[in-house]
Write a protein that binds this ligand. Structure first.
Ligand SMILES: [Zn+2]
Length: 204
């Protein structure tokens, strides 16, 4: 099973950053903390984005330039990287900004080896058109699709879609009940707990 670190973010918009590791290799998911050598153990192989909202990639430049690891984003969200209107930087800060460096795109079913573990892409459009989760044994990094407590992501931002979001929440709820869900904001939960909490909320 992957080892998971969740370093503290110093930004006002506190998206969660996760650093996952297995057998001397590691990956960062949603780099919203500045690059720091002490955070990584062994070789950093991948820089993943669960989606291309600005708060999930505030420190992507430092990680990409210091490590040379590939930036991996879904096909559906690649256009948001360098567009402050689509990645919401403009909306929240009044400045058009983004990531203008190299990247590679990923899609449903792609798998990435990390030490003795793998990460697999699950497409979860709804919060954005290209939101994804990264699945590994016993855990899933779900970005802003669902949150502990029965919550889920906004669908009113550019390329958001409520019907797609409902389907994506359904996909997460179909995962094994013990799967730990690591969200883009807040605490982690499990699929089973999330289903119970979601039913209590009955928002949608
Ligand atoms: Zn988001």
């Amino acid at each position: 099973m992957l080892l998971v670190k969740k370093p503290q973010s110093y930004h006002a918009f506190s998206a969660n950053t996760y650093i996952v590791a297995s057998d001397g290799e590691c990956a960062i998911i949603d780099p919203a903390v500045p690059y720091c050598e002490e955070l990584i153990s062994g070789k950093l192989k991948y820089i993943f984005l669960t989606h291309a909202h600005f708060d999930h990639m505030l420190d992507i430049n430092s990680w990409a330039s210091k490590t040379g690891a590939p930036v991996l984003v879904s096909e559906g969200d690649a256009d948001k990287l360098s567009d402050g209107n689509l990645n919401c930087y403009t909306l929240f800060s009044g400045r058009n900004n983004g990531y203008y460096g190299k990247y590679q795109t990923v899609r449903e079913g792609d798998t990435f080896a990390l030490g003795s573990e793998t990460l697999r892409v699950l497409e979860l459009s709804g919060h954005t058109s290209g939101s994804i989760a990264l699945l590994s044994e016993g855990m899933s990094f779900v970005g802003d699709t669902v949150f502990a407590g029965g919550g889920f992501g906004r669908w009113d931002l550019p390329t958001g879609d409520l019907n797609a979001l409902k389907k994506s929440i359904g996909r997460i709820c179909e995962l094994d009940g013990d799967t730990v869900l690591y969200s883009g904001h807040g605490e982690s939960t499990t699929v089973q707990k999330y289903i119970e909490e979601f039913k209590r909320q009955r928002f949608i």
